[in-house]
Design a protein around this ligand. Structure first.
Ligand SMILES: O=C(O)C1=C[C@@H](OP(=O)(O)O)[C@@H](O)[C@H](O)C1
Ligand SMILES: C=C(OP(=O)(O)O)C(=O)O
Length: 415
């Protein structure tokens, strides 16, 4: 039995940085994630004139309810969609200022339009420098009155998270009617964290799809970041594949992140899953069955399952994951391409992938610069020694020490 600690959640750290910056007072984040995405977010806040003091496992953020200290800034959001979507939204609430945002080549390709259209509806002057609805963009802030909005979050829940977090910074609050929503559990993280910073959002409508966000700002706090559940999926999958037992500390029934539900998928495949209030254990004899599963809510773990799938006794069909085509790469095609290179039969459709059992052979994985492709195929590597990656370092986005940590973990399980 191996007990492991996983680094902090990217999603929780990004939200905490936004909420802390907007709050009245100094917030301390305990055990934030240190990775390219969250360092990029923190750097963006500094460029906007927020005070961010980083100690080893505590970051202190000086909140500015009146908005950024600078009235002009040029911010590079790197490859992180939370940064590229949340930070322009925070800056849009400034009483006055002109801000330019840009991002990596892939992040420039990823969509923003429903969010930028919503900000325009709220009166923010926004110009896209190249393609409409994409980075780079320039915004002129002049305070936001608030009001009613309709939002299609069918491509990314991050649009809704950004607008929910903006609500308390507007003069009159926001009422957001959501017509479609993917990755719904991420909205639960947002609402729970807003509550920790003093804001209660109410939900109404036939599908609880109308969100009313009161004005009045946020209260600073001390906030402990829980471990990253998407990162934990590689360790759970490794245990399920190799017939071991792993316990991840700090992620149990009290956890905020929906991606922890990946263990239910492993449970359906035959693994034994036990959860306490603050830990989750996966144990398996190494035999896994195939299944059909809808991963709309937890699609960051789709590549983890895809890499595990050839070792199951029957086909694995993953449905409703069309939005994984607009992530760090087209993840449906990247998974299919790499599995085929390993000699596995794979079919894909617009929003699904079906993987057949087989005997994978080693190959060089085409990572497309996507951290999750590397970390997922590292799981397959446990049964197929000799797998290499064209860009192993892209794990820096969410887990710079992944290779060392995963090697230590597999050493332990081999003892
Ligand atoms: O809000 C968040 O922190 C995230 C939401 C999800 O994105 P989508 O809503 O675009 O699926 C997820 O894939 C991403 O890694 C993090
Ligand atoms: C999709 C991801 O990240 P983001 O959308 O925050 O860039 C991810 O981490 O898998």
């Amino acid at each position: 039995m191996t007990v492991i600690d996983i680094p902090g959640s990217k999603s929780v750290t990004a939200r905490a940085l936004f909420l802390a910056a907007a709050a009245d007072g100094i917030t301390t984040l305990v055990r934030p994630l240190r990775s390219d995405d969250t360092e990029g977010f923190s750097e963006g806040l500094s460029s906007l004139g927020y005070e961010v003091a980083q100690e080893a496992d505590r970051w202190h953020i000086g909140g500015r309810p009146a908005g950024p200290a600078t009235t002009e800034a040029d911010i590079y959001c790197r490859d992180g969609a939370t940064t590229a979507r949340f930070l322009p939204t925070l800056a849009a609430a400034a009483a006055a200022g002109t801000y330019r945002f840009d991002a990596s080549a892939q992040m420039r390709r990823r969509p923003l339009a429903p969010l930028t259209e919503a900000l325009r509806t709220l009166g923010v002057e926004l110009h896209h420098e190249a393609a409409e609805g994409h980075h780079p963009l320039r915004s002129v802030a002049a305070g936001i009155k608030g009001g009613a909005l309709t939002l299609d979050a069918g491509q990314s829940s991050q649009y809704l998270t950004a607008l929910l977090m903006l609500g308390p910074l507007t003069a009159e609050g926001l009422r957001i009617t959501v017509t479609d929503l993917v990755s719904a559990p991420y909205i639960e993280i947002t609402l729970a964290m807003m509550r920790s910073f003093g804001v209660e959002v109410t939900r109404s409508g036939h599908d609880s799809n109308v969100f009313t966000v009161p004005p009045g700002g946020y209260r600073a706090t001390t906030y402990t970041v829980e471990p990253d559940a998407s990162t934990a999926s590689y360790f759970f999958a490794a245990a399920a594949l190799t017939g071991h037992e792993v316990t991840v500390r700090g992620l149990g029934t009290d956890a905020l992140q929906g991606d922890l539900r990946f263990v239910d998928v492993l449970g359906r495949m035959g693994a034994d899953v036990r959860t306490t209030a603050d830990s989750t254990t996966v144990r398996s004899g190494g035999e896994l069955s195939g299944l059909t599963v809808n991963m709309r809510d937890i699609s960051d773990t789709m590549p983890t399952l895809a890499a595990l799938a050839p070792f199951a006794s029957g086909p694995v069909r993953i449905e409703d994951v069309g939005n994984t085509r607009v992530k760090e790469c087209d993840r449906l095609e990247a998974c299919a391409e790499n599995l085929r290179r390993m000699g596995i039969t794979v079919d894909t459709g617009p929003d699904w992938i079906e993987i057949h059992p087989g005997a994978p052979r080693p190959t060089e994985i085409a990572t497309h610069g996507d951290h999750r492709i590397v970390m997922s195929f590292a799981v397959a590597c446990l049964r197929v020694p000799g797998i290499t990656y064209d860009d192993p370092g892209c794990v820096r986005k969410t887990f710079p020490q992944f290779h060392e940590a995963f090697a230590d973990f597999t050493d332990l399980t081999n003892r």
